[in-house]
Design a protein around this ligand. Structure first.
Ligand code: CMP
Length: 143
């Protein structure tokens, strides 16, 4: 079992398709084990995307990500990190394969509907960025 973080980005929430985005993952057998709606400040977005600091799109990305509420969730399942990335499709919606979330719901390389962690190390950082251990459900309650 593996866990990964997804963000239903502000464009998806504004377009009223947050549930649709999460249902792509659920239909693929991944389980939502934590979820909440948050409105990031620009500083929050800068901290979350610190690995992209210095890139030409960083400032605009952080404006976009703090421009409205988003839904953050932890997804659990076998090979969750790779599977979520497959279900999302390529970063640029114009290059995302048919049947993927970004192909259907993304409108630009920036406003691409959804985010998913790109490695085990990123997943650990990104899950911890939004959720405490107590906020992440176990499939079976222990004690
Ligand atoms: P995400 O998977 O959240 O990771 C970084 C984000 O930066 C990406 O999705 C896009 O929303 C945004 N972005 C904007 N421009 C680019 C670009 N040229 N290359 C990669 N990501 C970009």
């Amino acid at each position: 079992m593996e866990r990964t973080l997804t963000i239903v980005k502000p464009d998806s929430v504004a377009n009223n398709v947050a549930g649709e985005v999460l249902s792509y993952f659920e239909r693929a057998g991944l389980r939502v084990v934590a979820a909440k709606m948050v409105w990031l400040t620009k500083r929050d977005a800068e901290a979350f995307y610190y690995v992209h600091k210095g890139k030409p799109f960083y400032d605009s990305l952080c404006d976009f990500m703090s421009g409205g509420p988003c839904v953050v969730a932890v997804l659990e399942g076998a090979n969750a990190i790779a599977r979520v990335r497959e279900i999302m499709g390529a970063t640029d919606p114009a290059k995302a394969a048919a049947g993927t979330i970004r192909n259907k719901l993304g409108t630009s390389i920036q406003e691409n509907a959804v985010h998913g962690s790109d490695s085990a190390a990123s997943a650990e950082f990104e899950i911890g960025f939004f959720f405490s251990r107590l906020e992440i459900m176990q499939t079976e309650r222990k004690g």
